[in-house]
Design a binder for this molecule. Structure first.
Ligand code: 13P
Length: 247
C-alpha cells in the first residue's frame, strides 16, 4: 500500500490581522502548488477564516478552525460551532490543544464532545495530546498521553487525526527527539488500534518546535504522518521550506 501524503499543518494561534493572514495564505498556497509530496492546511484565527478561505479557493491548501464548541447552536456567547466552521469552508478543526487543556482547563470529556460535534458537521478533528514537563520528569508522560486519547477520541465515528504535541516542546525551540517521537507514535498507534481505528485511517501528526531544520528528520520517523506547526508557520519562508522538506 502506498503511504498517504503527510499533512503539513500551520496553526497560527492568536496571530494575524486579516491582511497578514491573507499574505501568509497566499505564500502557503504558492508553496503548496509547487509541491505535490504533501497535503497542506492552515488554521487561522476565527476572525481571518473568511478572508483566508477566499485566498485558498481553488488552491490545494485546506482550511481549518482552531477549536469549536460542543453544541450545535444556542446561547453560548463568544463560541463558534463546528457547523459555522464547515460553513466557512473548513475541512479540519484542532481540538484539545494544550493551550486549551492546560491554558483554559479544558477536559478530555469536553474534547470528546467537541470531536463528536465535529463529526456531525463533517469536519475532521485533529485531537491534540501531550504530556507536561512535570509528568515527563516523574515518568508519568506515557500514561498521561494514553489517558488523554482514551478520554478524548470517540469510538470509530468518523475520520480523525491525532497530534502528539509534548507540552514541553511547544514554543520552546526544543523539539522531542526523533526516537522519542517514534516511540510515542508507536504507543498512540496501539491505542488507536484498541479504539478500533486503523492507523492509515487515523494519521498521527507531531507538533512542538518543528522548524525547517528538523522537519525532514521528524517526518521520516516511524509512525509520523505529518506535522502541526506553530511559530514556524507564521514565517512564510520557513513554512515554505517545511513544505519542501516533505518532498
Ligand atoms: P510551535 O511549533 O511554536 O512549538 O507550536 C506547536 C503547536 O502548538 C502547534 O499546534
Amino acid at each position: 500500500m502506498t503511504k498517504a501524503k503527510p499533512l503539513i499543518a500551520g496553526n497560527w494561534k492568536m496571530n494575524g490581522l486579516r491582511a497578514e493572514a491573507v499574505a501568509l495564505a497566499e505564500a502557503a498556497a504558492a508553496a503548496a502548488a509547487a509541491s505535490d509530496a504533501c497535503e497542506v492546511a492552515v488554521f487561522p484565527p476565527f476572525t481571518a477564516l473568511d478572508a483566508v478561505a477566499g485566498v485558498l479557493a481553488g488552491s490545494p491548501v485546506a482550511l481549518g478552525g482552531q477549536d469549536c464548541h460542543e453544541a450545535e447552536a444556542g446561547a453560548y456567547t463568544s463560541c463558534i460551532s463546528a457547523a459555522m466552521l464547515a460553513d466557512l469552508g473548513c475541512r479540519y478543526v484542532i481540538l484539545g490543544h494544550s493551550e486549551r487543556r492546560h491554558g483554559r482547563r479544558e477536559t478530555s470529556e469536553t474534547v470528546y464532545d467537541k470531536a463528536r460535534a465535529a463529526f456531525r458537521a463533517g469536519l475532521i478533528p485533529i485531537v491534540c495530546v501531550g504530556e507536561t514537563r512535570a509528568q515527563r520528569i516523574r515518568g508519568l508522560g506515557d500514561d498521561a498521553v494514553v489517558d488523554q486519547v482514551f478520554g478524548s477520541v470517540p469510538y470509530a465515528e468518523g475520520p480523525m487525526m491525532l497530534a502528539y504535541e509534548p507540552v514541553w516542546a511547544i514554543g520552546t525551540g526544543k523539539a522531542a527527539t526523533v526516537e522519542d517521537i517514534a516511540r510515542m507514535h508507536d504507543i498512540l498507534g496501539g491505542v488507536l488500534d484498541a479504539l478500533e481505528r486503523d492507523c492509515e485511517g487515523s494519521p498521527i501528526l507531531y507538533g512542538g518546535s518543528v522548524s525547517p531544520d528538523n522537519a525532514a528528520d521528524i517526518l521520516a520517523a516511524d509512525g509520523v504522518s505529518g506535522l502541526l506547526i506553530g511559530g514556524a508557520s507564521l514565517d512564510a519562508q520557513a513554512f515554505g521550506e517545511i513544505i519542501r522538506a516533505a518532498g
